[in-house]
Design a protein around this ligand. Structure first.
Ligand code: SF4
Length: 346
């Protein structure tokens, strides 16, 4: 789920420089680079002993059919920010391989991953940005994540090994792993497998989703997810469809199901002047969120134009060319609507 908030970063140092050669190769950017030098440094976690489980489990290895991933020597999977434009990283993969990856979940497609985020869930986090989204939000700042094949094919084993390098630091900084996108539930089997591995390391897990495909997750799958950041884009059906191209019914239903399961939710709402700033509509979202009883926090994200260049480069018609970010006063008024419903809003 692309968000309309600029990123705040702190460094999460890998607990071990080389856990797995393939994983290290996968994230060339994880080695101290320019971006890492400019981030605020935090106390490094104690190096962790390489764990045997960093290697693929025999069962996974047995079922895992390696894909011939295209080579992109100049593109590391770790990005300085999710605003990096990425296209066609898996364009040469046969459709059968893409389908087999989605079916088994042994392989996923990532736009990139970033470390040190303090705005994508509690504490300091590693964020994996998946590709593939069936919505077309007018304010999306990462339209390059809409297409699955724009992402890089990554095995569960490699993703797990990469996460392991940061796991100690994430725990020390009360953070964890967030999987966002794109829409992560487009590749739900891969996402669940990575979350399962994270939980086994004791790492906190968060998914950021539009909730449209929430029914793909079983209750057992949801047990592997500590926090759901649920994007609620608009209340009125017509407005929602104009804004995203889809109905919001499944999202709301997913929210109700999470409430029954007492799963923690943070609601995310993007405030766009002249599009989502009708405070009556905001009030309906607030009423719904408050009725669930498990929404811990609402984040009102001001629209921005940092993704505009992607729409231009991809040749997609951009409807918000002249839209300005909301004023601080408008953001505060929207927050006040949520607070009036008894919710914590920022
Ligand atoms: S189009 Fe998809 S990735 Fe972009 S903001 Fe909407 S739900 Fe998120």
């Amino acid at each position: 789920m692309a968000k309309a908030r600029t990123k705040s970063r702190r460094s999460v140092k890998p607990a071990k420089k080389k856990v797995n050669k393939k994983a290290a190769k996968m994230s060339r950017g994880a080695k101290a680079g320019k971006a890492a030098k400019s981030r605020k440094s935090t106390k490094p976690a104690k190096p962790a002993k390489p764990a045997k489980s960093a290697k693929p489990a025999p069962s996974a290895a047995a079922s895992y059919k390696p894909l011939k991933a295209p080579k992109h020597p100049r593109i590391g999977l770790e990005a300085a920010s999710p605003f990096e434009m990425r296209v066609n990283l898996a364009k040469d993969l046969p459709e059968t391989d893409v389908q087999s990856a989605l079916d088994s979940g042994d392989m996923g497609f990532l736009h990139s991953f970033t470390t040190g985020s303090t705005v994508d869930g509690p504490g300091v986090r590693v964020v994996a940005w998946t590709t593939g989204c069936q919505w077309r939000c007018r304010y999306c700042h990462n339209p390059d994540t809409w297409t699955m094949r724009n992402g890089y094919p990554v095995s569960v084993a490699n993703a797990t090994a990469e996460l392991r390098k940061y796991s100690q630091g994430l725990k020390v900084m009360n953070g964890g792993l967030t999987i966002s996108g794109g829409e992560p539930l487009m590749q739900h089997r891969f996402v669940v497998k990575v979350f399962d591995a994270a939980k086994k390391m004791g790492v906190h897990t968060t998914i950021e989703t539009n909730g449209f495909l929430g029914e793909r997750l079983s209750d057992d799958d949801l047990a592997k997810i500590d926090l759901v950041m649920l994007g609620v884009k608009a209340w009125g059906g017509e407005l929602h469809k104009e804004l995203t191209g889809r109905d919001n019914g499944p999202t709301l239903e997913f929210g109700r199901r999470l409430a029954k399961l007492k799963k923690r939710i943070w609601v995310r709402f993007v405030l766009v002047p002249n599009l989502t700033d009708d405070l009556d509509d905001v009030g309906k979202i607030a009423e719904f969120a408050a009725s669930l009883g498990n929404v811990e926090r609402v984040e009102v994200l001001p629209f921005h134009q940092m993704g505009r260049f992607k729409w231009h480069e991809l040749g997609i018609r951009y409807h918000l060319e002249d839209t300005q970010p909301p004023s601080a006063e408008l953001v505060e008024r929207a927050c006040a609507v949520f607070r009036a419903a008894g919710l914590e809003a920022h």
